[in-house]
Design a protein around this ligand. Structure first.
Ligand code: SF4
Length: 271
């Protein structure tokens, strides 16, 4: 149970504890719904819940209670989601999320992006996926071809919380993604017992960079029911982040953030 990788996926009794302040929808997804499968919390960016499927079952998952059966953009062949984005010219970035969007077959992803390509005000695509880290085989020739042919610059945000999540097969998948022209970034979650030390966070940043991935965000835990045992208090998080900044070059220090509600511009937790 002390293993930082096992701890992320092993169910434990502590998940059953009811803890005040932890709720089913801690990040306000319901209130930020724009259309079925489309969430907008920040100006200019719309998040598309491409699928409810994911290759992992992270025990701290922020959408572990999300009603995927009702809220998946793919349900009507993307029509409703694409129409809602097309109707709002202030949106210039679409974020493919989930679940994990790479759980979809590549032809399905291509079907979606072909529809998005008809919207002139989209300038960037962002993809959030943990699959290159947990299932590097998913980065195959068809996926790379799809990425290479996209009409927008692509930010590809992987999700690794510990340096031990990288190995040679992950490095190869990430190198192939870079070869397809995407900008690789890493989003990590600060998790008690996984990466709650300066040493672990520094190792994660330097290992990510060695694999061609810039540290992007260090998220404070989203307070969904069943995850309280992973929480690191804000004061401790700020202290860890300050110590990390004192140790590493600036480009290796991710922003410390907390997900907040609709249209808030600034991270709620900063150093
Ligand atoms: S990879 Fe992301 S979506 Fe999938 S279970 Fe983990 S946190 Fe949730």
């Amino acid at each position: 149970m002390a293993d930082p990788l096992l701890r992320q996926v092993l169910p434990v009794d502590a998940e059953q504890q009811v803890v005040p302040g932890f709720s089913l929808d801690a990040v306000g997804d319901g209130a930020a719904k724009k259309a079925d499968g489309v969430i907008q919390k920040y100006r200019g960016r719309a998040l598309l819940v491409a699928t409810g499927s994911c290759a992992v079952n992270c025990r701290y998952c922020f959408r572990r209670h999300f009603p995927y059966a009702d809220e998946t953009a793919a349900r009507d062949g993307w029509a409703g989601a694409v129409a809602s984005i097309a109707a709002d010219p202030t949106i210039d970035e679409v974020i493919l999320s989930g679940g994990d969007p790479l759980s979809l077959a590549t032809p399905k992803l291509a079907e979606l992006t072909a529809q998005l390509a008809s919207i002139p005000h989209i300038r960037r695509l962002r993809i959030h996926s943990r699959l290159p880290v947990v299932l590097p085989e998913r980065v195959d020739a068809a996926l790379l071809q799809w990425l290479s042919a996209l009409p927008w610059p692509v930010a590809f945000v992987i999700h690794a919380n510990h340096a031990n999540e990288f190995d040679a097969s992950v490095d190869a998948a990430l190198a192939a993604l870079r070869g397809a022209g995407v900008q690789l970034l890493n989003k990590a979650v600060l998790l008690r017992g996984v990466n709650d030390s300066v040493e672990a966070l520094a190792a994660l940043s330097t290992r990510s960079f060695a694999a061609g991935v810039l540290p992007y965000y260090l998220h404070q835990l989203d307070r969904v029911e069943g995850v309280a045992h992973f929480e690191v208090p804000d004061d401790e998080a700020r202290a860890l982040h300050a110590a990390l900044a004192a140790r590493l070059s600036g480009y290796l220090v991710p922003k410390l953030v907390r997900e907040v509600g609709r249209y808030r511009q600034a991270p709620a937790v900063t150093p």
